[in-house]
Write a protein that binds this ligand. Sequence first.
Ligand code: GCV
Length: 702
Amino acid sequence: MGAMALTPVARAEDGYDLWLRYAPTDAARSSSLSAHVTAIVATGTGPTWAAATSELQRGIAGMTGTKPAVTATIQQGALWLATPASSPSLPVKTDGLGLEGYAIRSVTIDGKAVTLIAANSDVGLLHGAYHWLRLAQTGASLDSLAIASAPKIGLRMLNHWDNLDGSVERGYAGQSIWDWWRLPDYKGPRYTDYARANASLGINGTVLNNVNARSESLTAPYIAKAAALADIFRPYGIKVYLSVKWTAPMELDGLKTADPLDPAVAAWWKAKADEIYKAIPDFGGFLVKANSEGQPGPQDYKRTHADGANMLAAAVKPHGGIVMWRAFVYAHDNPDDRAKQAYSDFKPLDGQFADNVIVQVKNGAIDFQPREPFHPLFGAMPKTPLMMEFQITKEYLGQSTHLTYLGPLFEETLDADTFAKGKGSTVAKVIDGSLEGHKLTGIAGVANIGVDRDWSGSIFNQADWYAFGRLSWDTSLSARDIATEWAAQTFSPDQKVVQPVVMMMMGSREAAVDYMTPLGLAHIMNTGHHYGPGPWVSELARPEWNPVYYHKADANGIGFDRTKSGSNAVSQYAPTIAKMLDDPKTTPERELLWFHHLPWDYRLKSGDTLWDGLIHHYEHGVADVAQMRATWETLRPMVDTERFAETETLLTIQQREAQWWRDACIAYFQSVSKRPLPAGSAAPAHSLDYYKALKFPFAPGN
Ligand code: GCV
């Protein structure tokens, strides 16, 4: 028998490696990489150094096939990791890099060309190592490097809405990655990979449990479980935090009240904080959802959010902890426009919060819609540190089936100008503290992570985690640049792959806005699971849970009047913006129906009537998805089979469902407007009753 050719084992591309794939490069790049890392020079010791050097070894070995040695001696072509402590005669200054930043410099030491990664701390080095690996993976030049990078925002956090039973509220990537049952003993490798992925983006905190919290997470067994995770994450510069339930003192220890001004309540929380810090000395602090959607809170005792936050803040203060108090509040007995309620509750409390409290505000005033104007609290509480809450998990944007890249949504909010202190007072400057000189600063993303092999429910959903992390580190990055580097690492640095992928990503969010909620419409998703259209829903107990509350469509027109003659929500913005938004002619059309109720004959800038324009937006959305599908098809020869097929199938679903959105919304709006469709627009495929009858009792994440 002649020699048999061995079939090479295909590299598994199931998405587990995220953007840290370190795929083999072509021969030219491989030899260039090897020449830039003849060895890794490291004289420090400890778990963070080990994490940095082993990640570099893993990366280089993956890309070149050769694992560089770690040595203590500088040699030609080495990659040298150094802090002022490990290398007192560091040739670059590390001032200005803070405790998490780094510099990457091509330097010559004793005639030897080396790449120096320098930082003030071990974690800074780790961040620098990941930056270098990003350059290496994206095909960037590794010569003449002169990089200095430090985050402007202090707390860069994931918020997990993970429950103790393993389910994840609004999770579309399987069960929780926290195996609470087998913790603290069993510590699977996924925890370390989670820490690696986050450290590669500079994420430095994680809230382990759902804001709809259970008291049990504060009991001794669960504190021990959280401590086990904290031990794994510590070398990666990531602290753990917990969401707390306001009535925990009553539920766990039988206190008669949870009144924040009751000394026994304050003493309970102080003792609880002491207990937690004993197990987790660098515990970050608490996240609180209070007096919101049925959660208890200080208002139940006629106290304010500030009373509640400050009492908890006093408990963690001696340990250096903080309290993140959420501003996501609206009350069933408050008849005012839901979009106004958080501002009305919190604005009067400006200046009343303790110095280790930060108020966490969602990007918009309703709830993570495909598009919302920025939340009016940004810029309105100058004496209070405010942190951003984005939702990475796509509750309202197609969950784990639709490709809707969130980078543009994040960017649009961060770049929005609040005009709080004149032009240029962007939301980014509010949250990085520079507008008002706050030191405590933060940004949080509701995680889209679960036990699915690909972590996020789809390959493209990983890009949202990635984009959130990158923007947290540097809010000035563009969504397009982030998509470009993500695509290069996730698929291939080949421009023939990167360009079409980026094109698909960059148009995808606007496509979703168009086929779901164009022209400033919001919250017309079906009830409960928020998947698919439900603009007709009107029977729920609370008015603001019904889509009809948000669109207010009738025979005459559509939209929510938030002008001075309506709910006057516009008055919550700075005068320049309020004036602009009070007039439909000066309101950006993308937010038109958020602020105005307009007749169907209202003329849009395109010349279309509002009715015709609405239909055209729905149709653009569907057409854009068809285009995305066609673009993906061109990539078939260049993407591995498994990931190609997954995306291909998901785009097929997305196109079908974009059509469903278009048809169901048009069928409904036509039933109220009684208008004919514009010429060339096809009638919905089914009757309105058909769409209304569709039910999804087992939709995930609900
Ligand atoms: C965690 C929305 C979501 C809820 C979520 C809530 C919040 O209402 O639908 O699942 O609860 O926001 O942010 O607290």
